[in-house]
Design a protein around this ligand. Structure first.
Ligand SMILES: *[C@@H]1O[C@H](CO)[C@@H](O)[C@H](O)[C@H]1NC(C)=O
Ligand SMILES: *[C@@H]1O[C@H](CO)[C@@H](O)[C@H](O)[C@H]1NC(C)=O
Ligand SMILES: *[C@@H]1O[C@H](CO)[C@@H](O)[C@H](O)[C@H]1NC(C)=O
Ligand SMILES: *[C@@H]1O[C@H](CO)[C@@H](O)[C@H](O)[C@H]1NC(C)=O
Ligand SMILES: *[C@@H]1O[C@H](CO)[C@@H](O)[C@H](O)[C@H]1NC(C)=O
Ligand SMILES: [Ca+2]
Length: 599
């Protein structure tokens, strides 16, 4: 029966989509145990949890009551906005309500009666929680979309703001920016902030109501048009600098800068038809929990991650008390498909994964037997039963490579070397307050160095960390994690300036970029084709620098070869096939290009 449960739990990730569960009870050769995965909450309708603010004061219509007209019917100004009458009021909350079919409810601004002074309004949405967008932001305007507006975002609860997207019927005139479309962005520009003219044209107020911030189109750059290849997207989110943050927000602000004009110039004699009216703002996303939670709940007025992996905080951004022996890390989408939980570990368990000889682990006093967290880091399919109880033995094995460590270990095992609390010569730069005296070596050495330090005086950084040059040796921040990209780097260590050792084709301090003429696909690979030197021939198109998509009648890596030559029967079927010296020469040329040789 437990086995059945384990089996069911194990199958869940497939049935529910990726990264939906944080742990499952699995049965291995060594008996049942927990297995941990990177996990994230489901996407939700974020408008249900938002606080809204509309600026400036007095921008909402109805106080005093006011008449307005529409572009379709500019001389029949019978509509009225009156804040004191619930049937005629248009308060901000109507941007977030659930509407009955066919009956739009909307926030509405005052009219542009102060023209030519601009009609400006800010709509600020705040969650007091970081959110990762998973779908398009859709803003629905009744009575026409603004001819100029801007979307801004904040990542720090509104302290600082950054442009997210510009919208105008003429980008050059409004923002001195060329008009671009998200669909035309490439893998290297997927997080570019651009100006679009797609959502500002006049098309009749009833016909085109929506203004979008295209999240799906940007995802599609990596995951393909139907977002089928999510693995590629997750890999990119993990490895491309700034990409994850691009889709993360705590606040959004729509700056409405000029209302709909009905497709002509402003008509000064009838300013009652110019105003903003927003019926809905759809924001779909999930709580950012750093891949340490699959639930996010609304408590005491704000969203909170229900943290697993012994993490805590609103975003699971730190380790729980007594689980701080290893520095906190976000979970990772990699390796696919279950990711790495990067769980926090109980005090007294972290040394198994880090230290090299001379191993202070061997000297470490053990007030409590080590708790299971050794198994937390165990990759799926490992045997947690064994790793869990053998932390001590593992140190032993490692230490055996060094004679001295071996001696120390033997000594430690055969008769307890009592840690000497407050030992007078205990010099650990404040990273430990416990030392041990090893009599036959006549040395005093720090034990349980904290803050990612190691060494006799806790004067070195643990492997996988480097020295913070702006911090003193006794600073808590003295060691900085290398954070080498798991795929792009040779190992997780770095040099004194934080540079990781990159695999072929990878570059950047953390090895998370590719050299020119390489493309990223779970690592860097040499381009097969591109727009400059390795051109696809005969009308073929280059697909993500990975391969040429050849028209019928051609084949070869660069479509340089006519099928005709390979098989005479194909010739009739491909009348447009241009064979001959030219193609052959191009093919030969391609063969000599750098990069090609490696294939
Ligand atoms: C809207 O917000 C921006 C900052 O994002 C501010 O500079 C501007 O003054 C605000 N406009 C209004 C009308 O409140
Ligand atoms: C924001 O969230 C934090 C953490 O949950 C909470 O302590 C704080 O009171 C919230 N602030 C507001 C303005 O809701
Ligand atoms: C977290 O701590 C609890 C209590 O010590 C432990 O049972 C659990 O296995 C730990 N592991 C993870 C990954 O959270
Ligand atoms: C380096 O140390 C300084 C001083 O303590 C600290 O402010 C800074 O955050 C540290 N840098 C890193 C990357 O941890
Ligand atoms: C670390 O590596 C980088 C890149 O290889 C190099 O530029 C830098 O000089 C190295 N720093 C040290 C201190 O060796
Ligand atoms: Ca509404």
């Amino acid at each position: 029966m437990p086995y059945l449960v384990a089996l069911l739990l194990h199958c869940l990730p497939l049935a529910m989509g990726q990264y939906d569960i944080c742990k499952s009870w699995v049965t291995t050769d060594d008996g049942p145990s927990w297995e941990f995965y990177a996990c994230q909450p489901k996407a939700m309708r974020m408008k249900d949890y938002v606080t809204v603010r509309v600026d400036p004061a007095g921008i909402t219509c109805g106080d005093p009551p006011e008449r307005f007209c529409t572009h379709e019917n500019p001389y029949l100004c019978s509509d009225e906005c009156d804040a004191s009458n619930p049937d005629l009021a248009h308060p901000p909350k109507l941007m977030f309500d659930t509407e009955d079919e066919g009956l739009a409810t909307y926030w509405q601004s005052v009219t542009w009666r102060r023209y030519p002074e601009p009609l400006l309004a800010n709509i600020t949405l705040s969650w007091n929680k970081s959110i990762e967008l998973t779908d398009d932001i859709v803003i629905t305007f009744e009575y026409g979309r603004p001819t100029i507006m801007m979307l801004e975002k904040s990542l720090d609860n509104g302290r600082t703001w950054h442009p997210y997207q510009y919208y105008a019927d003429d980008c050059m005139e409004a923002f001195s920016m060329p008009a671009r479309r998200v669909r035309d962005l490439s893998t290297t520009s997927a997080n570019r902030v651009l100006c679009t003219e797609e959502y500002s044209r006049w098309a009749g107020s009833k016909k085109e109501k929506n203004v979008r911030f295209e999240v799906r189109d940007r995802f599609a750059i990596f995951a393909g048009p139907d977002l089928k290849n999510m693995d590629n997207l997750y890999t990119r989110l993990e490895s491309a600098k700034g990409l994850k943050d691009f889709f993360t927000v705590t606040d959004l602000r729509m700056r409405l800068l000029r209302p709909a004009l009905g497709g002509t110039y402003v008509q000064r004699e009838n300013l009652y038809k110019y105003f903003y009216a927003v019926s809905n703002i759809e924001v779909t996303g999930r709580c950012k929990c750093n891949l340490h939670a699959n639930l996010c709940t609304f408590r005491e007025g704000s969203l909170q991650c229900e943290c697993e992996h012994n993490t805590t905080g609103q975003d699971c951004g730190k380790c729980k008390k007594n689980f701080r022996s290893r520095s906190w890390r976000a979970g990772s989408y990699l390796p696919l498909p279950n990711g790495s939980p990067n769980a926090c570990a109980a005090a007294g368990s972290a040394f198994g994964t880090v230290q090299r000889p001379p191993s202070s682990a061997a000297l470490r006093p053990r007030p409590k037997p080590p708790e299971p967290p050794e198994s937390i880091r165990a990759a799926p399919k490992s045997k947690p039963g064994r790793t869990a109880h053998s932390a001590g033995r593992r140190h032993g094995k490692k230490a055996a490579s060094s004679k001295i460590s071996k001696l120390i270990r033997l000594k430690a095992d055969s008769g307890p070397v009592a840690p000497i609390e407050k030992y007078e010569d205990c010099e650990c730069y404040g990273h430990s307050n416990r030392c041990s005296y090893i009599d036959f070596l006549n040395v005093v050495t720090c034990v349980s160095c904290k803050h990612n330090t190691r060494g006799q005086h806790c004067q070195h950084c643990r492997l996988g960390f480097y020295r913070n040059s702006s911090a003193e040796l006794d600073d808590e921040n003295v060691c900085i994690e290398c954070n080498c990209n798991q795929i792009g780097s040779v190992h997780d260590r770095c040099n004194e300036t934080g540079y990781c050792e990159c695999k072929e084709g990878a570059t950047g301090p953390k090895c998370d970029d590719c050299l020119p003429n390489y493309y990223w696909r779970q690592g860097c690979f040499p381009n097969v084709c591109d727009d400059e030197l390795l051109l696809c021939q005969n009308g073929g198109t280059c697909y993500q620098n990975q391969r040429c998509l050849c028209p019928a009648g051609f084949k070869g890596v660069l479509c340089q070869q006519s099928r005709c030559e390979a098989d005479r029967k194909d010739c009739d079927a491909a009348p447009g096939a241009r064979t001959g010296l030219g193609t052959l020469l191009l093919g030969a040329l391609a063969l000599q290009l750098p990069g090609w040789v490696d294939l």
